[in-house]
Design a protein around this ligand. Structure first.
Ligand SMILES: C[S@@+](CC[C@H](N)C(=O)[O-])C[C@H]1O[C@@H](n2cnc3c(N)ncnc32)[C@H](O)[C@@H]1O
Length: 254
């Protein structure tokens, strides 16, 4: 799990090139929820800074934290001057500063569950906001999804991220990490919101995006090449993707 969580750096440039960025609706959603101006933010697992850019361009002084040095090198190429960086995993962040917003995009599931919300509460200023965004990118066409599943099956049974939830999302009104936030004594006003998003990209770029997904990164290189070749064989030139963003928002109690 730790090896997988830290597997992204080897693909930092591909990550920056192939993973979609975040839409302004996400910034607007967080600002509307906060209901007061936000000037400072801490980002957990910032990667190459795709979400960092969104919040920094919104005028927020972002402290982008990320354990992987290669991801941080890529991040620094793409962020404005109001971003400072710290190389650290969430578990190692010093708890001597707190922020009006603490957020994490596609990264919270990599953090250790033990003590997660006590640490988070120490980092969010009383009355401040915590936000987590999940972006599971899926082929929109169920038949293509099945064809890709069959093509990758001999190499990989599952290409999703390890799920902290035992129950599948369809069976729950509130998904993880909202489920944990509802239980966390330091947080209140827990909300879940979905931003619908469809993307169209070439099959080559879709496979480029898969090459940054930890399950594929962990495959031996020869198998990885084979699985991508087989996936490309079953895809048309262009594919449509469901790239909806599920956001969880909560307020730190006073
Ligand atoms: C899927 S990437 C998301 C990157 C970026 N937030 C984005 O949305 O594009 C997950 C990131 O979490 C980082 N990560 C892994 N374990 C972590 C931990 N324990 N604490 C903080 N970040 C972690 C990885 O290095 C990687 O950059």
């Amino acid at each position: 799990m730790v090896a997988r969580a830290l597997s992204f750096g080897v693909v930092a440039e591909a990550y920056e090139r192939f993973r979609p960025g975040y839409p302004t609706e996400l910034l607007e959603l967080v600002m509307a929820y906060a209901d007061v101006p936000i000037r400072t933010a801490l980002e957990i697992g910032a990667g190459t800074g795709k979400a960092t850019r969104l919040f920094a361009h919104g005028g927020i002084a972002v402290t982008a934290t990320e354990p992987d040095a290669a991801m941080l090198v890529e991040l620094r190429k793409h962020v404005p001057a109001n971003v400072s960086t710290v190389q650290a995993a969430f578990e190692d962040l010093p708890l001597d500063s707190s922020y009006e917003l603490v957020y994490s995009a596609a990264a919270l599931h990599w953090t250790k569950p033990e003590g997660r919300w006590d640490r988070m509460a120490a980092l969010v200023r009383p009355g401040g906001v915590f936000a987590s965004f999940a972006v599971p990118i899926q082929l929109a066409d169920p038949a293509l999804k099945e064809a890709v599943r069959a093509a990758r099956a001999p190499y990989l049974e599952n290409d999703g991220v390890p799920s902290p939830d035992a129950t599948p999302p369809a069976d729950r009104a509130m998904e993880w990490p909202g489920t944990e936030l509802l239980e966390a004594e330091w947080f209140t006003d827990v909300r879940q919101a979905v931003i619908e998003r469809r993307l169209t990209m070439s099959a080559e770029d879709y496979v480029g995006q898969l090459s940054t997904v930890s399950a594929y990164v962990m495959l031996p290189p020869a198998e990885r090449d084979q699985v991508f070749r087989r996936i490309l064989e079953v895809l048309p030139e262009t594919v449509e993707l469901n790239a909806e963003i599920t956001a969880h928002l909560a307020r730190r109690r006073h």
